[in-house]
Design a protein around this ligand. Structure first.
Ligand code: AMP
Length: 244
């Protein structure tokens, strides 16, 4: 567990909340930071498609080679590759109580694939599980660019820093691991512009998709990290109660 995720003791009723949780939002809104915090509060895993892809790049797998140049240019990786990755991650036993999908689904095709995949998992298990709920975090575009270009990540524990708003104690090094922090190759202004285009044209329909089903809430991500977490958890309680 990282220092990000070990920030608080979980409110008693948080243990009731999990099930599949989607965190949606433009690059830099804080999906990863919030997913790490929710992971600590709910005791369920974070599944970040971006992290899985970066891990494949680092290990030089075929998937990593197929994804690298698209990611560096700020473009999305094809649905079939990402759906396959998520499908295989969801076979692991730690997802039974729930999980936080961070950065997936990012296209309508992925959302539709996920919906039917979850139905088929339920049919196989012969049990009804909690419905998936989606939270979108919103921050204005100027602030996103500042966050993206200032973001630094520990390659070992994945803790997310920001040179402006959350610098490490020793410049350039992780507080927990002492390892040199990394600046993602797609956290440049140029790639950010492309990532925003992909977000506006391809991911916005995903939000509409879940909104139409009444399983969606939007949260203001411009406030302090703790306040955003509290709003997400309140939204989740609301969605879970409404779905009972
Ligand atoms: P992230 O770490 O979520 O910001 O993702 C970094 C990059 O990985 C994105 O800009 C895409 O190139 C790729 N990626 C991550 N998740 C997905 C996804 N669900 N669908 C397609 N591409 C993705």
């Amino acid at each position: 567990m990282t220092s990000e995720s070990a920030h608080s003791s979980a409110p008693a009723d948080n243990r009731l909340l999990p099930g599949p949780i989607l965190l949606l939002g433009a690059p830099g809104v804080g999906k990863g930071t919030q997913a790490q915090r929710l992971m600590g509060d709910f005791g369920i895993p974070q599944i970040s498609t971006g992290d899985i892809l970066r891990d494949n790049i680092a290990r030089g797998t075929e998937l990593g080679r197929a994804a690298k140049s698209l990611m560096d240019q700020g473009q999305l990786v094809p649905d079939e590759l990402v759906n396959g990755m998520v499908g295989s991650r969801l076979t692991q036993p730690d997802v039974r109580r729930g999980y936080i999908l961070d950065g997936y689904p990012r296209t309508l095709g992925q959302a539709e694939w996920l919906d039917s995949h979850l139905i088929s998992l339920e049919e196989d298990a012969g049990a009804v599980s909690l419905p998936l709920v989606a939270i979108s975090i919103k921050v204005d575009e100027q602030e996103l660019l500042r966050r993206i270009t200032g973001r630094r990540i520990c390659p070992v524990c994945k803790t997310i820093y920001n040179i402006h708003s959350k610098p490490p104690r020793k410049e350039g090094f992780c507080d927990n691991e002492g390892s040199p922090l990394q600046h993602r190759s797609d956290d440049t202004e140029q790639a950010f512009t492309e990532r925003m285009k992909a977000y506006n044209s391809l991911t916005a329909p995903v939000i509409e998709h879940y909104s139409r089903q009444g399983r969606f809430r939007e949260v203001d991500g411009s406030r302090a990290v703790e306040e955003v977490t509290a709003s997400i958890e309140a939204a989740l309680r609301h969605l879970r109660q409404a779905g009972e």
